[in-house]
Design a protein around this ligand. Structure first.
Ligand SMILES: C[S@@+](CC[C@H](N)C(=O)[O-])C[C@H]1O[C@@H](n2cnc3c(N)ncnc32)[C@H](O)[C@@H]1O
Length: 219
């Protein structure tokens, strides 16, 4: 099935709020658990989450990594404002910094021990923006973890996934999910992207029926 891009930013107030209120516990827990395995033998002092959205993954990671300073970066002011509220509620303002910035032009100068990103890639008109930003942000030995949806083979396979995982979700979220599956990159496309970015040391796996994950260490 051919890819159908969706808008880069999902920052209309209603859309951002519906996304922040959606139940992403299962994939977000999976993301954090797999990151903890990846970083098990390292002291992650600082980490950046690219396209952090409403901040749930930043908060979960900060909770599991008590010595780590977390930066959440996002280009959507409404999303980031929801992230600010969530970080304040979690009482993590001292360790989580939220930055309004758009990749690639506003990529921070700093280098990080870990760079993570969930569900950003399929929003980017040029996917190489993410992989090149990761290269720029990685300190030596950096742990990298990127997860996103895998584009199914056909529109009917998309509907099967939407029904399996969002049967009871509000229509606005079902539509977002459907559009995201149509906009997603396949594992094969992602492998070609990481090779073109000179990141072949990263490995790709399929941690669920609807996701791919790229992980590894950059020296
Ligand atoms: C689907 S949301 C994912 C949010 C979060 N990572 C999560 O897992 O829930 C994608 C996010 O990427 C942000 N985004 C899109 N293009 C961006 C860019 N060029 N630079 C920074 N953030 C961007 C959007 O504003 C949106 O919040």
């Amino acid at each position: 099935m051919k890819r159908t891009p969706e808008p880069e930013l999902m920052d209309a107030p209603d859309q951002a709020r519906a996304y922040a209120e959606a139940d992403f516990k299962e994939p977000n827990r999976l993301f954090v658990n797999l990151f903890l395995e990846l970083a098990i033998d390292t002291n992650v002092r600082n980490l950046i989450d690219l396209g952090c959205g409403p901040g749930d993954i930043c908060i979960r990671l900060a909770g599991k990594l008590p010595g780590c300073r977390v930066v959440g970066l996002d280009a959507g002011p409404n999303m980031l404002s929801l992230a600010h509220t969530a970080v304040k509620q979690a009482d993590l303002e001292a360790r989580i910094e939220l930055v309004l910035a758009r990749l690639p032009d506003q990529t921070p100068e700093q280098r990080f021990d870990a760079v993570v990103s969930n569900s950003l890639l399929h929003h980017l008109p040029d996917p190489m923006v993410l992989w090149q930003s990761i290269r720029r942000l990685a300190a030596p030995g950096c742990r990298v973890q990127v997860m996103d949806l895998h584009r199914p083979d056909s529109p009917s396979a998309v509907e099967t996934i939407v029904d399996a995982h969002a049967a009871d979700a509000p229509e606005v979220l079902r539509t977002d999910f459907r559009n995201s599956l149509h906009a997603a990159y396949t594992s094969k496309e992602v492998l070609a992207q990481i090779e073109a970015a000179g990141l072949s040391e990263l490995n790709l796996s399929r941690p669920s029926d609807r996701h791919w994950m790229v992980q590894g260490r950059l020296d």
